[in-house]
Design a protein around this ligand. Structure first.
Ligand SMILES: Nc1ncnc2c1ncn2[C@@H]1O[C@H](COP(=O)(O)OP(=O)(O)OP(=O)(O)O)[C@@H](O)[C@H]1O
Ligand SMILES: [Mg+2]
Length: 628
């Protein structure tokens, strides 16, 4: 099958370039992209680069004292290198002077060289100090960037993850942070020392010979122009390079996590082909970016050679005319070399700088996303939450304009079990996502314990709403740790008690190390049902007055399900439970069953009442659902 390259690249890469700051739009139905914001994209704009540089420096600026030491060391090493080479002037002049004796010449040479050695030794020590301290500064900055990024990630609303590929996001943590680190470790020092030595050399050149200095200075705008032109082009190319890298990582992540599906549908070859397209694209963007970054050095190098030759020629003529000393010419040509050296060095580092800036933009883009809206100032943060839940006239849409839940009202008393049933996509999970504020509602009100849920802090609210999500998830760690995730201060006994309620105890006991068995790869070594049982135990261990079970027992056999049901009923005696299940036998004993259709509650009542109604529930239960 031929792979449609364009749509593939669009899917995995151009998305990144379009990504904006501000609230990420939510995914549309069927998992496709919803309307993405456009317009604020800062790709490749110098303004964005400038802002990124400023922000990177603010991270470095935290280590003020170390930075001052680095600057002093830099200054010392540059001065020593410039000063050392200036000594050549008296040494050479002394050697070529016509009226000094051989003895004087030799002693002058020796003392001059000794002084040079001393100065250079100071320079070496200063360079050592500077690189030691700079390393510390950059590592600190990097650590802060990584932590800020992760902290932000923990604060982003659920909707952000709806629209961003995990691998691509992870690429920002790895590749993008890495390139920033590379720049901080070496390039920043080089740029600083380059600038200092540039200024120092210029001063010494002016001091040595103004005419020759002017010749060199005239060439500067030429350097700047050539450099600027290449830099502009490069910056854009590096941005695409980092984006392409993110795309490739996103694809890899998807394929690794979905490896079984790939195999089931014999998609290996197509995957390889698709990967090749993305990889080709990455290779091309890398080629372009590295090429442009790389030609900077040679272009600058050649230009400096020309400027070197011109100054040597003019200086020679001045010497012949007796307007300049040979010692002076020796150091001047040396300086003109030194003058262009930092320019060359910095331009050689351009590829690192540009990758880092592109990486920084991508990192800061995540940092600038809107976090979950802050809790109100008077938000209730502790106390006892009553398990009374009221939804009154709730309307909600993921994507503005596309209503998913329509005027939903329902009421649950503590100790009651409320069930939501209805066809796939009816909006059952969505209701539960609203109760714990993964998303905020458009209109209406959700009350818990008689209070609007927006009056509680999110963490307090979620502490009181235990959920077993439709997708199970286990972390790397022991079974014990995974269950304790539900309440960190639960004792071992409480964890075991919860596992018993969830009917997980028996199978956990049979694991090789019981509760201490490590679960790796998201619990890949367990059966789907067992993973669900651990997830239920995790919710059971929390003392939340409200429990939501979203298809929590869908992969568990019916006998075990009965056991869990009994366990949960005991646990939830004084609390409120919301149960979502397709297997209707699961919800038969609920106090109230809500039948949801297209985001509306179309029937409600107990199992018997609903059966007597002979409506939708009856049809679902008896398997007579009309095929519409
Ligand atoms: N993150 C999202 N962004 C945009 N739309 C979504 C999102 N999640 C779900 N939807 C849409 O909302 C509707 C209700 O989805 P929901 O997950 O609540 O269904 P459900 O009743 O739980 O279905 P199921 O029985 O399959 O679990 C669906 O049409 C779905 O396409
Ligand atoms: Mg669902």
């Amino acid at each position: 099958m031929a792979v449609n390259q364009e749509s593939l690249l669009k899917k995995y890469i151009s998305k990144d370039q379009e990504k904006q700051t501000g609230q990420a739009p939510r995914r549309g139905p069927g998992g496709g992209p919803g309307g993405r914001n456009r317009g604020m994209n800062a790709t490749g704009k110098p303004k964005a680069a400038k802002a990124s540089v400023k922000r990177l420096f603010s991270y470095i600026g935290n280590d003020k004292y170390k930075l001052i030491i680095v600057l002093i060391c830099l200054l010392a090493s540059t001065v020593s290198s410039l000063g050392g080479s200036y000594l050549l002037r008296p040494i050479v002049n002394n050697l070529v002077a016509p009226d000094t004796s051989v003895q004087e010449k030799i002693s002058g040479l020796l003392s001059g060289i000794l002084l040079m050695v001393a100065i250079y030794v100071v320079g070496v020590l200063a360079s050592y100090g500077q690189s030691r301290f700079m390393l510390k500064i950059s590592q600190n900055a990097l650590q802060r960037i990584r932590e800020d990024l992760f902290n932000k990630l923990q604060r982003l609303p659920v909707s952000y993850f709806d629209t961003n590929s995990h691998g691509e996001l992870m690429s920002r943590f790895t590749n993008d942070v890495d390139v920033i680190g590379e720049m901080m470790n070496t390039t920043i020092v080089q740029v600083f020392s380059g600038v200092i030595s540039l200024i120092g050399t210029l001063a010494l050149m002016l001091y040595t010979n103004v005419i020759l200095a002017l010749v060199v200075i005239i060439s500067v705008p030429l350097f700047a122009k050539a450099g600027g032109a290449i830099a502009n082009r490069s910056r854009k190319l590096y941005k695409s390079q980092q984006a392409a890298l993110g795309g490739v990582n996103g694809y890899i992540e998807e394929t690794v996590t979905g490896q079984k599906v790939v195999k089931v549908f014999n998609h290996e070859d197509i995957s390889i082909e698709e990967f090749q397209v993305l990889s080709d694209h990455l290779q091309k963007s890398q080629m372009n970016a590295q090429f442009f970054g790389g030609i900077m050095g040679p272009v600058m190098g050649n230009m400096s050679q020309i400027s070197y030759a011109v100054t040597a020629m003019i200086g020679g003529i001045l010497c012949v005319l007796g307007k300049f000393d040979i010692g002076g010419l020796t150091i001047f040509t040396n300086y003109s070399r030194q003058f262009s050296r930092p320019i060359n060095e910095i331009s050689m580092q351009m590829n690192v700088i540009f990758s880092a800036l592109a990486g920084a933009e991508r990192v800061f883009d995540v940092m600038d996303q809107e976090p979950e809206a802050a809790d109100g100032e008077n938000a209730v943060k502790d106390g006892v939450m009553d398990g009374q839940v009221t939804l009154s006239d709730v309307t909600f849409s993921y994507v503005p304009g596309k209503v998913i839940l329509n005027h939903i009202s329902c009421y649950a008393k503590p100790g009651q079990k409320i069930a939501f049933v209805g066809s796939t996509g009816a909006g059952k999970t969505t209701i539960t996502n609203l109760i714990n504020r993964f998303y905020d509602i458009d209109s209406g009100q959700i009350l818990i314990g008689g209070r609007d849920i927006r009056d509680y802090s999110r963490s307090f609210l979620r502490q009181n709403v235990a959920m077993v999500l439709q997708d199970t998830h286990l972390f790397t760690g022991t079974v014990m740790e995974n269950i304790r995730y539900g309440r960190m201060d639960a004792t071992d006994e409480e964890v075991k008690e919860a596992a018993k309620l969830a009917s997980a105890h028996t199978f956990i006991k049979r694991l090789k190390y019981g509760y201490d068995t490590m679960l790796e790869g998201a619990g890949a070594n367990l059966s789907q049902g067992q993973r669900q049982l651990i997830n239920i135990a995790r919710a059971a261990v929390s003392k939340a007055p409200i429990l939501i079970l979203d298809e929590a027992t869908s992969s568990v056999d019916t006998r075990t399900e009965r056991h869990i049901e009994r366990g949960m009923d005991r646990l939830m005696k004084e609390r409120t439970t919301f149960v979502i299940a397709h297997r209707l036998s699961t919800v038969r004993n609920a106090n109230c069953i809500m039948v949801l259709e297209h985001g509306e509650i179309i029937e409600r009542g107990t199992h018997e009442e609903l059966l007597a109604m002979k409506g939708r529930y009856y049809n679902l239960y008896t398997g007579k659902a009309e095929l519409d």
